[in-house]
Write a protein that binds this ligand. Sequence first.
Ligand code: AHR
Length: 339
Amino acid sequence: MKRILAAILTVCIAGLALGGCAGTPAANTASAGTQSGAEVVSKAEGNKKLTVGFAQIGQESGWRDAETASIQFYAGQHVDTIDFKFADAQQKQENQIKAIKSFIEMGVDVIGLAPVVETGWDAVFTEAKDAGIPIVLLDRRAKVSDDLYATFIGSDFITEGQNAADELAKLLNNKGNVVELEGTVGASAANDRKKGFDDQLAAKYPDMKVLASQTGDFTRAKGKEVMESFLKTYGNQINAVYAHNDDMMLGAIEAMKEAGMKPGKDIKTVSCDGVKGIFQAMVDGEANVTVECNPLLGPQFFETCQKLKNGETVEKWIKSDESVFRADTAAKDLPTRVY
Ligand code: AHR
């Protein structure tokens, strides 16, 4: 029992320090104490609820906040059947690893993880596997062998990068200079959006050139800062910006306006996600295209966790359904957007 309480406390302390756990609508750490009296809270013994621990990356973007809200909302709507633990890792892999270890100690049924970076997960995933706890990767991938995780729920980032290249090519009539704002270094969303984009340019658009490419860490502030430095170095040579997410593009739009440029006109824009802010920018004529990436994964996530608890098999990749949105329909689309 002591071990259970220690584990609960660890996640709560981590959660509080990290801004998660207590205070989130669906967080429910106390209920673990009413479960089995075994050394480790057991799925088999007494706990009829689905117990899930989720290690979120942080709060770097509007997209991520929407994902967190979707998960917490679903858990909050199902408190009678779901016992949910949430940890916000503040962008640090070491915090995600700590959270996973705490969830293992607690003996949750399933661990969910949005991996901040792709590599460095083998040891902790092996611990989860040895404890018999399946791992569900949510929205980002991890580079581990297939037997170390149950499924990946999320987007095809390579296709998003290819779509972004096709959209920019249309905006530039297949010719021009692009600057690229990359996501977090080492993140699958950044690696694959870059690869998809670069490969598509190489294969189809020989007259489109990437002048410079730098990380903006998926944040608006960093996107603005990096765009300012691109503008200083390349000025009028820049025909378009490709940003791995909308938040960085919104920062870049501020930078272009402050430099006296007209984003969406002088410099074309394509970014990924589909947050309301970029739709508003398209309505205002300051952005051109967003390649959608769906963060509303809460229902799919918990349904998958339940299947895993039931011992059912799940697909190795549960793919999100996504679209591309352009400025010409933004005014009609904006009211329908939920994030
Ligand atoms: O993993 C998905 C990416 O992470 C989103 O594009 C971005 O906004 C988020 O922070």
